[in-house]
Each structure stands twice: as structure tokens, then as C-alpha cells.
Ligand binder design. Sequence first.
Ligand code: PMP
Length: 456
Amino acid sequence: MRDTNFLIENNAKHVWHPMANPGEMRENPPHIIEYGEGVEIIDIHGHRLLDGVGGLWNVNLGYSCEPVKAAIIAQLQKLPYYNAFRGTTNSPLIELSYELCQFFKPEGMARTFLTSGGSDSVETCLRLARQYHRANGQPERTKFFSLKKGYHGTHFGGASVNGNANFRRNYEPMLGGVHHLPAPFTYRNQFETEDGAVIAKKIAAIFEEEIAFQGADTIAALIMEPVLGSGGVIVPHETFFPLMREICDRHGILLIADEVITGFGRTGSESGSRLWGIKPDMMSTAKGISNGYFPLGAAMISEKLVDAFESTKGALGTISHGYTYSGHPIGAAAALATIAEVKRLDIAGNAATLGVELLSGLQALKAKYEIVGDARGKGLMAALELVSDREKKTPADKAVVQALYDAAYEAGVMVRTSGSNVIISPCLAIGTEHVNRILSALDTGLAAATSALNTR
Ligand code: PMP
């Protein structure tokens, strides 16, 4: 292996990183992660960290999941790749599709369309939504609704329904016919209340009003994350999803649940849709599907859509969409082993139990540190929002958030920062001792952030 200096130098020289400013990264170079073991990672200098990020909300079973590694190796020996376009298929793909439909049976899922990741899965759902309406004799239903602060990946469709201007501005114009509703966010919203049930009703009313204005017969689908992840772990009130489901049903609008983060246990339920007790029409999944060991995603399609496609002959019913890696046998083998482990270890149950411990610890930190404006989470996805003025909810600046990150890193816990949010999304196979390590490092980090704020 090349020496450390070579790697640092050439990362700066040759690598452009996702979601990063290349020039600024030169001044603040990334940590080079060399090993993963259990639920920990080790950087190139040998510094060991508990991974509070879980890879990127995806390494749910940790870094030493032998059944998944073995499945990948075995499939690599047998059939490393073959395409699944029309004329051919492969056995891991078939088996995985069967398992996924079983796993998401309570959500009403009946078909799978495999992809290479979350953005692909979102794009697939958006396209299939439009095509469904065409095949169903309603070709004018083309518009999409989504939530402000929602995140749906980086393809043009997904970025168009994205609810954060930062992900859109440099790439406009986006897809036409996309409308954003307010986020169901208790801490920051336009409604001057922190009552989640009231907020849910107000957003539902805005949706109704907008449907009446646009015309229901022009709207294809509403896409939402069951818990908004990248937007800062925004947990809607329990009435929100059922309310929106009912409105969609009444107006013939499809509901796409973007479960890229929430699928496979993260919220403490097998899916975010199950958590809220609703059945979406489609689900975009990825991340935890293969434990992050292979780039994979799946668009899940409910029974409701099946007939429009399967009984429509010719171009109108043909899915003229797909990826070289749709149905990759190694990805499918990895996912099959992952899902078996998720079930065997009751990963969702563990996330539910430890999520309660994590959230109560975060709330204690909020009580201890004035700099914490909000502590929120569901299962093992959580966030602390840092503020420089609690009363005014002024977001803390970059240097303050960075001070927390650096101190937590030093204390042996990797966390992720996004704006003024500190996001916690550890592997789901953790125990109480790991939650305590995360909380203790955050305690250290918050002390550092507080002194950074006070010495400005
Ligand atoms: N949807 C959601 C809800 C996501 O969180 C993400 C990724 N964080 C995506 C879509 C895009 O997934 P990917 O990065 O795998 O393309």
C-alpha cells in the first residue's frame, strides 16, 4: 500500500468528493478510513472509532458480518455478473425478489425492480408512477408533490422532488410540475406551533388546497420519507402519514414512500411505512438492503400497480427503464444474506429498544447544554440541532459544529454533521454500551462546541 503522505496528497489532487466543495476540502482534508471491525472503523493512523454514522445509514449489521461476506464471495465464484434485461435472469435475483416481497408483504408490496442504489430506486418509482397513470388511461397525471427538507437522491427526477435548495440551485432548471409542501417539523415551521398533530393537519389542508388548485387529474404521485433523514432527522407526528395516505387515496394520487434510509429496521420497525401503519403504492429502498457491502437498491411495487403494467401490451406497458446492474447477482446474494440476518437478529427490535435509550440520552444532553436547540429521533436515527441562541433558535455556525465533530472524533466516535445538525445513525447491531459511548463522546463534543461558541 502507498504511504500515508501519498494518499493524503493525492486525495487532495485527484479526488472530488460527493456533497463537498473541492477547494475547501483541501484546507480541511478528510480522514482516511482503512479498516472496519464490528461496529467500529479504524483510520489510517490507527485511531479506532465507534461508527456513529453506520457507514452512511447503511452498514446496519456492522463491518464484520460474515454471512454477507461469504455470500458475496460464493456468488463471485459462481456468476459474477449477468444482465437481467428481458431475455435472461439469474437465481439470486429471483430469490431476492421473492424475499423482498415477503419482507414487505405487510406493506402490500408485490413486485420488485432492482437498482444500483437509492437515487436509482427513487427515479424508478417516479417514472413508474407516470407510466402507471398512462397505462391506466390518465396520461395527464404527471405532476409530483414532495416535502420541503425531503431528500430523494441526486438524479434529475429525485433532485427535482428534493426539498433543499442547496441540492437544486446549481443544476436548474429541474423537472417541471413539481410542488413542495411544508415539512412536518415541530422545531422549525411556518405555523407557530410545536404541536405535531396540528402541524400534520395544516400540511394536509395545504395539500388539499393545492390539489384543488392544480386539479387532482394532473397529479401522479406524492413522494415522502417516513422519517426525513438527510434533512435533519425530522420525525412527523404519527397522524401525518395516515392523513396524507387518505388524501392521496381520495384523489387517485400514488403515494411513494422513500424508504432508502428507513427500510430494513432503522426506525425500529421493518419499514417506515409499517411504523406509521400505512400501505404505500411504491417504496424506494437501498442502503440497509445489502448492509452497504454492495451498491444495491430496489423499487418495490404494490399490487395496485401490477395489472396496469402486466395487462398492457406493447410500448405503453413496457418498462423502458433499467440499469446495467438491475439484478446484479452479487448484490442480490449480498442482500439475501443481509435480510436473513436482519430477521434472525431482530434488527428492527434492537433499533427500537436502543433508540429509546439514545433519545433519552440526547434529551439529557439538551438539558445540560444550552447550545442544543433540539434533540430528536426515531429508532436509531437521531439528531441534535445546535444553536447559538436557544430562544431565537439561531443555527450554530460551521466552526462551532466542527468543534463538536473534532472533539467526538478525538474521543473515538464518528458522527456526521450537516449544517447545524449533528446526525447519529449507528449500525443497528449495537448494544447499550455503544449508545453510552456515543453519548459520552457527544458530551465531550458539546463541551468543546460550547467553548468554541463562547470564545468567538
Ligand atoms: N432517498 C433517500 C431518502 C436518501 O436518504 C438517499 C441517500 N441518502 C437517497 C434517496 C439516495 O440514495 P443514493 O445515495 O444511494 O443514491
